[in-house]
Design a protein around this ligand. Structure first.
Ligand code: PLP
Length: 397
């Protein structure tokens, strides 16, 4: 392979670019995970994570990718044969649904056209019908990474309450945590699933469950066999900052640094930055004359935008041209939208000029791939970013 100068643009919607500060923090000798220093690190991280989940309850860290934390959420709270209500918002919801079925749960899947978030009214209607409370959990992907639609979890919470239903609420925030406002306690979420490799700006390899007291109580009687994923041993060891098995020590050094960076910027500013970059991206897409996959403006994702290519064009060809010519990776279309969309990730360690480089690469790529468009997207995004930058505290206009 020939050498390519400059930095590769990794603009997939995760894993995201790891900031130099985090890389340097991980560049450390391996530590004794049963020694005194580790307990201090463990406690510091577990406390810091609570701020990011906006919770006072427990957060658990697994040395696993996000899929592991999905399994942990289900295995700790459910028993074989339990009924779970899931929402088909896209490919990741589909994979979580498949996992629940494999774990022996009786799944129901509320469909969508993959252009919107979870349908709170449909959830409410189904829960009202369920008079015997056979449904034990409602599972929603907060930010559907395959479509760029963000479900409104506060509305889902309201729907469950309106139906006076005791089901647990399980939410996947793998591509929203630390990018899009998310409130575990305020929204009454019972298990929040998250991963290290997106808003938290770390390499892949850590995942999380934030756990409500109600979910903990449910775990006492849940009968799905589990061992590695079991919350009880983990929580017992975490009290003193330790883990029941070998933690991913160097990733935890990185996590400590990432939490410090988020605290320095301020979570609200982090969210506003993502909102602003997402809106600038959408303005570019509209100015190109292309369509955004998400059809509901209130559900536009602030961490990624899925862009539809016109009929007769292949989104993967556009991505290939952009990778070959400009050394930039964009997200591929997954599942039902394969070949029809490409996804621009604008989350994590990202600023105005990285966005402009990204959008310039896309605009040039559209030209080279022969996709009809107006050459006005970069201009539209720049104008919007300049507006955002002119505000004393940055907010999406
Ligand atoms: C929303 C969502 N859920 C689940 C996953 C699966 O996580 P992982 O690939 O880390 O196992 C992903 C991965 O991108 C995701 O975006």
């Amino acid at each position: 392979m020939t050498h390519r100068s400059g930095r590769h643009f990794l603009q997939i919607p995760g894993p995201t670019n790891v900031p130099d500060r985090v890389l340097r923090a991980m560049d450390m000798p391996t530590m004794d995970h049963r020694g005194p220093e580790f307990g201090v690190l463990g406690r510091e991280i577990l406390d810091g994570l609570r701020e990011v989940f906006q919770t006072r309850q427990s957060v658990i860290i697994y040395p696993a990718s996000g899929t592991g934390a999905w399994e942990a959420a289900l295995a700790n709270t459910m028993s074989p044969g339990d009924r779970v209500l899931m929402c088909e918002t896209g490919q990741f919801a589909t994979l979580w649904h498949r996992m629940a079925t494999r774990l022996g749960l009786a799944t129901e899947f509320i469909p969508t056209d993959w252009r919107r978030g979870a349908d709170a009214a449909a959830i409410e209607a189904r829960l009202r019908e369920d008079r015997d409370h056979a449904i034990k959990a409602v599972c929603v992907v907060h930010n559907e990474t395959s479509t760029g639609c963000t479900s409104r979890i506060a509305l889902v919470r309201r729907a469950i309450d309106a139906a006076k239903h005791p089901a647990l609420l399980l939410v996947d925030t793998i591509s929203s945590l630390a990018s899009i406002d998310y409130r575990h306690d305020e929204w009454g979420v019972d298990v929040t699933v998250a991963g290290s490799q997106k808003g938290l700006m770390l390499p892949p390899g850590l995942s999380f469950n934030a756990v409500s007291d109600k979910a903990l109580a449910a775990s006492q009687s849940a009968r799905t066999p589990r061992s590695y994923w079991s919350w009880d041993e983990m929580l017992a060891a975490n009290k003193s900052g330790y883990f029941p098995y070998t933690p991913a020590t160097n990733l935890l050094y990185g996590l400590r640094e990432a939490l410090a960076m988020l605290r320095e910027e301020g979570l609200q500013n982090v969210f506003a930055r993502h909102d602003c970059h997402a809106e600038a991206t959408r303005r570019a897409v509209r100015a190109w004359g292309l369509e955004i996959l998400c059809a509901v403006p209130e559900e536009y994702s602030s961490s990624l935008t899925a862009v539809m290519v016109p009929a007769g064009h292949d989104a993967d060809h556009v991505r290939k041209v952009i990778l070959d010519k400009f050394d930039m990776s964009l997200g591929t279309g997954l599942g039902k939208v394969a070949g029809k969309v490409f996804r621009i990730g604008h989350l994590g360690d990202f600023n105005d000029l990285t966005l402009m480089g990204t959008l310039a690469g896309v605009e040039m790529g559209l030209e080279l791939a022969g996709v009809p468009h107006r050459k006005a997207g970069v201009r539209a995004a720049m104008d919007y970013l300049a507006e955002c930058a002119a505000q004393p505290t940055r907010k999406a206009a």
